[in-house]
Ligand binder design. Structure first.
Ligand code: FE2
Length: 186
């Protein structure tokens, strides 16, 4: 085999299922369980990140600019956070999920159907997804804590707090009159 052929063999060096030893002394079994949970969070956060992009792009109406910017802020936050989750997975000796098929397989959040819906309905989809994310984060905080992985626990707690804040912001927008259909008569 030539060197060129060897280069193109695409040998798998680590499969998604394998968790290597970590450099900070967490038991392998702990790291494996936490990596599994974190990959679900990562896949779900990427899914919600994509859904926020969609809504950022297609939002229209009287509150266009405000919501356009709010949705951008939310996906930027999610990006920062899932980046930290992915890096934690690597530190624990695991591999982060990547690519549409893996993300869909691991996510507990489902992207809404294609197409445009009423703005209120789209924001309700985002709010429901944030609620699903928060409830899984709470379970995973509990898991990390029970297993003694306090580093992951601290990271997920910070993410949970931001997730709850995003949900509260969406909720406030959903209360506003201006998202009801039509413009109220004077
Ligand atoms: Fe943009």
């Amino acid at each position: 085999m030539t060197a060129r052929e060897a280069h193109h063999r695409h040998e798998l060096r680590q499969s998604l299922k394998i968790v290597r030893d970590n450099p900070f002394g967490l038991p392998h079994e702990t790291a494996s369980q936490v990596v599994g949970a974190l990959n679900q969070d990562l896949a779900s956060m990427i899914t919600l990140y994509q859904q926020y992009h969609k809504h950022h792009w297609i939002v229209e109406g009287a509150q266009f600019l405000e919501l356009h910017l709010l949705l951008e802020e939310h996906y930027n936050q999610l990006h920062d956070q899932f980046d930290q989750v992915a890096e934690r997975i690597v530190a624990l000796g695991g591999l982060p999920v990547s690519g549409p098929a893996e993300i869909q397989e691991h996510a507990y959040i489902k992207h809404e159907d294609p197409g445009m819906f009423d703005l209120r309905e789209m924001l309700e989809h985002d709010l429901a997804a944030e609620g699903t994310l928060a409830s899984h984060l709470r379970q995973h905080i509990e898991l990390a804590s029970r297993l003694g992985d306090y580093g992951t626990e601290a990271l997920l707690k910070a993410i949970l707090e931001a997730t709850e804040k995003r949900a509260a912001f969406l909720e406030k927008h959903l209360q506003e009159e201006s998202l009801t259909r039509g413009i109220p008569a004077r």
